[in-house]
Design a protein around this ligand. Structure first.
Ligand SMILES: Nc1ncnc2c1ncn2[C@@H]1O[C@H](COP(=O)(O)OP(=O)(O)OP(=O)(O)O)[C@@H](O)[C@H]1O
Ligand SMILES: [Mg+2]
Length: 327
């Protein structure tokens, strides 16, 4: 068994606010293996982006990692100093955000940015780095890359810019790519192409990918496993087909029921009543309990920890009670 590329254990992230310390991530654990794509879903504010930022060491004051451990291919990275972490981020972890312009400097030709990054991480000469940059642009589907390499970011469409960002993320041949809503800002027609490209990364480069998205269709098509987040915790995690066909957590059941294409056309969309609590008002016990149609006493008192159910893990007392009464 080789170590997972990414291993997150009992992660806690806190933000200091005027009204006290708010815990945005509270005990999140998951692994991503080489070549595996882990999807992360959950409604707005669930903690998807904060989890990704914690992994790449970009939680800034007033936020901090308050507990747990993050390992990258066996190296503990959650407690690195700024400079070694910056190197890990540049070389071993690639990032793709929603807006490609957060990653591209508008004042530089895209080729110069890619070449500079390649040269930072390899011993290639200028000429070799340029050749490699053109190859990468070709790989991510930029037409006429030997010409386009000298263009500026504003000369590219949104979809083409995101391809450039992916090429940039690939320069250093990272072990892990964190992609946070990489297609949200793009036209629907372009989204599928970018997703297909990200999916290929795992296959062709062995890159581990954490893919944050609201789009269950994208998850179903792209990911090997999926983590469903709710109020700073993982409610359920497992192989994507299992979680979609047979969600165990009541929140995941609601979420999957809410996918029109997967629920079938004649089924009414299931809406989960209520809203996710704010960080300042997370109820004791299971954070989902006020919205849960299966709630019982224990859910209001004791916080459920992840329980293995076959290939899935679910943080819900229903499954604990089932094992207790069966025993
Ligand atoms: N810099 C910050 N300071 C204070 N609180 C923050 C900060 N960044 C995030 N949070 C809080 O942490 C929680 C998780 O936020 P996060 O951005 O991870 O949500 P998300 O799941 O990515 O949501 P979305 O789908 O809207 O992107 C939210 O309650 C958010 O308000
Ligand atoms: Mg987010």
């Amino acid at each position: 068994m080789t170590a997972p590329v990414l291993s997150v254990r009992n992660l806690q992230v806190e933000f200091a606010s005027r009204r006290g310390v708010l815990r945005a991530i509270d005990g999140v654990s998951f692994d991503i293996a080489k070549g595996e794509v882990l999807g992360v879903v959950g409604e707005s504010g669930a903690g998807k982006s904060v989890t990704g930022l914690a992994v790449i060491g970009l939680i800034d004051r007033p936020g901090r990692i308050a507990g747990g451990e993050i390992h990258l291919s066996g190296l503990r990275i959650d407690n690195l100093e700024a400079e070694p972490m910056r190197q890990v981020r540049g070389k071993r972890i690639g990032m793709i955000f929603q807006d490609p312009l957060t990653s591209l400097n508008p004042l530089y030709r895209i080729g110069d940015q890619i070449i500079e990054t390649i040269k930072t991480h390899t011993t290639l000469t200028d000429q070799q780095a340029r050749k490699r940059a053109i190859d990468l642009l070709a790989e991510v589907g930029i037409p006429a890359p030997e010409k386009r390499i000298d263009g500026y970011p504003h000369e590219f469409s949104g979809g083409m810019r995101q391809r450039v960002v992916i090429a940039l993320a690939l320069c250093a041949e990272p072990e892990l790519i964190i992609a946070d809503e990489p297609t949200t800002a793009l036209d629907v027609s372009v989204q599928a192409q970018i997703i297909a490209l990200i999916k290929r990364l795992g296959r062709d480069h062995g890159t581990a990918v954490m893919l944050v998205t609201h789009d269950m269709g994208v998850i179903a098509e792209t990911c090997d496993r999926v983590a469903v987040m709710y109020a700073g915790r993982i409610a359920e995690i497992g192989p994507v087909q299992e979680v979609i066909k047979n969600p165990l957590h009541p929140y995941a059941k609601g979420l999957m029921g809410a996918i029109p294409t997967l629920a079938g056309e004649d089924k009414r969309l299931v809406q989960i009543p209520g809203a996710m609590p704010r960080l300042s008002a997370i109820p004791p016990g299971c954070a989902f309990n006020p919205r849960c149609s299966f709630v019982f006493d224990r859910c209001r008192i004791e916080r459920p920890e992840p329980l293995h159910q076959g290939t899935q893990a679910v943080a819900c007392h229903l499954y604990d009670r089932a094992t207790e009464s069966a025993a």
